[in-house]
Design a protein around this ligand. Structure first.
Ligand code: NAI
Length: 351
């Protein structure tokens, strides 16, 4: 594994190239900040058209993790791994063991877990090579397992709080457009249905959509239609960058609240949403449930601790939305300012 220091953003510490057993580069680990503790963030396994795009995504995602962990009050810095999904057939177990070797070589500076395209079984392969991994099968009475249900719960409770704040309404009878019905999106859909919301859904995986249409009576639309679907709330639960100069003018929803990381393509897009009177629930504030569970598993904390911390997400979002209104500042700026302040405090304390 080659180590390449890389100064690309406000806190960037370094980028590590992950290689397979033959020395071929298969991805990167980006460490954004260790001011508050080991850099923690999941491992994404996805197709990228170039190593440069993959690396750029890792850097953005790592920064999001620093901010997310700081705002959630966790003793963790921010990092992220992104691995290139091979086009043809491949030895999945060997690939995740090689990733485990890369994580181990960082000596605990980075702690991994699941993200898009990876699951508990992959993290078990990583565990064969390193102890700096969470999101493993939960032992009875202990924290652990798939973080997605916790993420979905934090997003759901945040959406309920934000709907009250922004739309003056409970979720019952509201229409929510959910983009991406994977681990988090599907769990979120079930909670929303339970709360009496109507669902419009889209996913590039047609089987996932069909299953939720049958189970929940959701309405399916095409992947190009979901952003502009007639809905009160838009919940991005697929990949990042969905809120951009092309999509924002088309939005019908008045509130955005979803699980995807890095929903805003640029900072200016957060301002464009505010200018349109659309309330944006900052992604890393509302989707912290998963990392809260991962953190508790890694630090050996009890499930009750997870329950309590996830329960703090929605009230925290409400405070951020209130501050955004009273300061006439977009919510993503309020959240970023809060995150930077907490990280700076951590740096000073560590100095
Ligand atoms: P997943 O891989 O289970 O689901 C993602 C879904 O999005 C897949 O079904 C995929 O087919 C679909 N998708 C991809 N591109 C799409 C497009 N253009 N249009 C519609 N659907 C599309 O991933 P998961 O775990 O559900 O995560 C979803 C998002 O939430 C990701 O951005 C992830 O980084 C974020 N997140 C997940 C956490 C977790 O605990 N799993 C924690 C925090 C954030």
């Amino acid at each position: 594994m080659v180590h390449r220091p890389h100064e690309v953003s406000d806190f960037q510490e370094d980028i590590h190239v992950v290689s397979d057993a033959d020395g071929e580069a298969i991805g990167v680990i980006a460490i954004h900040s260790t001011a508050l503790g080991p850099a923690a963030g999941g491992c994404r396994f996805w197709h990228y058209d170039s190593h440069a795009h993959l690396t750029a995504d890792a850097i953005r995602l790592a920064r999001g993790m620093s901010y997310k962990n700081a705002v959630a009050g966790l003793p963790l810095g921010g990092g992220k791994a992104v691995l290139q999904r091979p086009a043809g057939s491949f030895d999945r177990a060997a690939l995740f063991r090689a990733f485990g070797d890369a994580v181990e070589s960082l000596g605990g500076a980075y702690v991994t877990a699941e993200d898009v395209g990876t699951g508990v079984a992959d993290m078990e392969r990583v565990r064969e090579r390193t102890r700096y991994v969470a999101g493993l099968h939960a032992e009875p009475g202990k924290s652990g397992g798939d973080p997605s249900p916790w993420t979905a719960r934090g997003v759901f409770e945040s959406m309920r709080a934000a709907a009250r704040f922004a739309l003056g309404s409970d979720l019952e009878g509201l229409t929510v457009a959910v983009q991406g019905t994977g681990n988090v999106g599907a769990a979120l859909c079930r909670m929303l249905r339970g709360a009496g919301a109507r669902l419009v859904i889209a996913d590039i995986d047609r089987r996932r959509v069909d299953a939720l249409v049958a189970e929940l009576g959701a309405r399916a639309v095409g992947i190009d239609e979901i952003v502009a679907a007639e809905a009160d709330i838009f919940a991005p639960c697929a990949l990042g960058g969905v809120l951009n100069a092309r999509t924002i003018p088309a939005l019908k929803a008045r509130l955005i609240c979803g699980a995807a990381n890095n929903q805003l393509a640029t900072e200016a897009d957060g301002e464009a949403l505010a200018a349109r009177g659309i309330v944006y629930a900052p992604d890393y504030v509302v989707n912290a449930g998963g990392i809260i569970n991962v953190s508790a598993e890694y630090l050996g904390e009890a499930p009750e601790e997870v329950e309590q911390r996830v329960g703090e997400i929605a009230p925290r979002l409400t405070r951020i939305l209130e501050a955004a209104t009273s300061d006439n500042t977009p919510p993503h700026i309020v959240a970023d300012t809060l995150a930077r302040r907490i990280i700076a405090r951590g740096r000073r304390a560590a100095a």
